[in-house]
Write a protein that binds this ligand. Sequence first.
Ligand code: NDP
Length: 256
Amino acid sequence: MSAAFDLSGRRALVTGSSRGIGRAIAAGLAEAGAALVLHGRDPDRLEATRADFAARFGEERITAAAFDVIDAEAVAAGIHRIEADAPPIDVLINNAGVQHREPLLDIALADWDRVIATNLTSAFLVGREVARGMVARGRGKIVNIASVQTDLARPTIGAYTASKGGIRNLTRAMTAEWAGDGVQVNAIAPGYIHTEMTQALVDDETFNGWILGRTPAGRWGTTDDIVGPAVFFSSSASDFVTGQVLFIDGGMTAVV
Ligand code: NDP
């Protein structure tokens, strides 16, 4: 491994890392040498993930923090607890997210608000809280998890699509304000990745056929497909890269 990708001595927080894409990214960062703060809502699932990571990477490198990313006070208290009497966060992956399928003509405002809060406002809340220290220290990496829905729309996922489009411009806004302070902010936009979030789609023969036909690579993405780019954006290999969105989608957004 090139020294530019070495994360030894860095501490990373990955939101929503109790499962799915966040968990795979967290494992990749730990393999590259980072100390980790795992995160989720469900305390039992989070503890199971923490115990597994501690066995693989060593107790001293792994901690866990449970808080709801849509609760501003819980976010502030959570980040404060993580950084109290411990090294500050050098790398933040804003990954926690939800999906909700309902046409725009039917979706209740409460469901719209929950999707926007979980997928977009949370990246602002956690990002701002962590960036205070990064800006003061003159160093930091933030990676916001977007989606192909950043660029593409499909019926029934309007709130999700709006939230991920917002992630693109939040990434740019953070770059505009923090690039001069040594903080790089980029986004990763995954295509369709097989996780709990998409299990029902994998099981749906019609949708599955559509995905395979619509993805030039001809397959679903795996959580491991996201790891290398996440390590790149978290490491000094990307020190002059900021404000960018990298699509990891088997070519889906490149062709019609
Ligand atoms: P999963 O549903 O498998 O995992 C979601 C994670 O986010 C869990 O750890 C969950 O914790 C956490 N989470 C959700 N809501 C909250 C909340 N309010 N507060 C704290 N934690 C929360 O999702 P994926 O791994 O599939 O997706 C991860 C990210 O990648 C999301 O932002 C998603 O939009 C994005 N993405 C996914 C794609 C896919 O095809 N899977 C494609 C493109 C983007 P808990 O278990 O405790 O609820």
